[in-house]
Design a binder for this molecule. Sequence first.
Ligand SMILES: [Zn+2]
Length: 141
Amino acid sequence: MPKDKEYKGKRTDLRCPLCSSPMVLQDAKFGPFYRCGAYPRCLEKVGADKDSGAPLGMPVKKTTQEIRTQAQEMFDLFWKYHDSRADRECAKNTAILWLVAAAGFPEFDGSVRRLDVNACRQVIALCGKRLQKERKLAKKK
Ligand SMILES: [Zn+2]
């Protein structure tokens, strides 16, 4: 890629479709793309035109499996960070109850395998938001 087409780390006006953070234009082997400015809390990506760097409009398509994996990782990261009690089963159950109340999925039991894509995106957004908040508070201490 020629020098004038290096986009690395360029902040843009484009908002993340998942969490509305400003997106950052990045170069990659397969061409430029936008990644969410809240990375690694949010892993959303949007494709960009190879020549102009213009957003291609649609998020880079992820399979249901990829989104489920991301949602499961985010949930696990969240409850492990949020609750350091020695009783891990109890810590996890507390987080499940919180998520069930916050998102309203009665079928959630700590595993996202039965959740659909939208529900998974909700898990990522809710857990990510709370995780970020708690990390900020921890830093202030
Ligand atoms: Zn995002």
